[in-house]
Design a protein around this ligand. Structure first.
Ligand SMILES: Nc1ncnc2c1ncn2[C@@H]1O[C@H](COP(=O)(O)OP(=O)(O)O)[C@@H](O)[C@H]1O
Ligand SMILES: [Mg+2]
Length: 251
């Protein structure tokens, strides 16, 4: 069975691309799952770029224009995850119909275990197509009133079209007194907070290296929380060091 999980937000710059790249890498590398991540943010396509994967002859844009089959747009990342990038070229936005996203993604059913969709922010055409193509949704927000109020609106839309919200990732948390607390966010949104990822300078540092932080700095606080979130999503706990040694010796 293939799960399709959209990662969405109201505001931009809250960490969706970071969460998608790291959940994909953690589930592939640490949990040995077959994961495919897809850049559905056609107008600000950062997912491939954030992983150092710049040039792709076939992208999601070609698939949406029906020039290529979706299978031809899949690339391997060293972590073991697969990525479907979007084009970085302005010309590739012409005649590219994002509303057909769900139709094309259905062709991946049974071929991969989990698909993460990296959305554009808000509730514009691209984000709506991403939400409609998803079965489950993860909201990413910073702990401030503006981002959280956007989650409330997003949740209403997700509910209207009968999709399943998994919960909220609170990102870039500093625990400063000005921030909303986890409890306040849960009360305001009536959704569970499934991860509290700290503001961690190793996240942008890893981005500069084009390596997901969970691989580049596995022990930094953001990496620990992102790996825990990966385990939560599949209902498994991460194997400890000795468990991994035993498993390695058995294989
Ligand atoms: N937990 C974090 N701590 C510090 N910086 C972060 C964290 N999460 C994301 N960032 C940084 O914030 C910026 C925006 O993140 P990004 O994932 O691109 O957001 P979005 O996809 O929602 O626009 C990037 O520079 C990223 O490195
Ligand atoms: Mg993004």
């Amino acid at each position: 069975m293939t799960r399709t999980i959209g990662v969405i937000s109201g505001k931009g710059g809250v960490g969706k691309t970071t969460v998608v790249a790291n959940l994909g890498a953690a589930l592939a590398h640490r949990f040995k799952k077959d994961v495919t991540i897809v850049d559905c943010n056609l107008t600000a396509s950062h997912l491939g770029l954030s992983l150092g994967m710049h040039y792709h002859p076939v992208t999601l844009n070609h698939v949406l224009r029906r020039e290529k089959h979706i299978d031809e747009s899949i690339y391997d990342h060293p972590s073991g995850m697969k990525i479907i990038p979007a084009s970085l070229h302005l010309k590739d936005l012409i005649k590219t119909d994002i509303s057909k996203l769900g139709h094309h993604l259905k062709k991946l059913k049974g071929k991969t275990e989990i698909i993460f969709l990296d959305s554009s922010p808000g509730l514009g055409k691209e984000a709506v197509a991403t939400i409609k193509a998803s079965e489950e949704l993860i909201f990413v927000t910073r702990p401030d009133i503006m981002s959280v109020s956007d989650v409330i609106r997003g949740k209403e839309f997700v509910g209207k079209i009968k999709k399943e919200p998994i919960g909220i990732v609170l990102n870039m948390v500093t625990r400063g007194g000005h921030e909303l607390t986890q409890k306040e966010v849960e009360i305001m949104t009536d959704l569970p907070v499934i991860a509290v990822v700290p503001h961690d300078k190793n996240v942008p540092k890893s981005l500069a290296k084009k390596i997901p932080v969970i691989l580049h700095k596995p022990r930094t606080p953001a990496s620990k929380e992102l790996r825990k979130l990966a385990g939560f999503i599949i209902g498994e706990e991460e194997l400890g060091f000795w468990d991994r040694i035993v498993r390695f010796l058995k294989t």
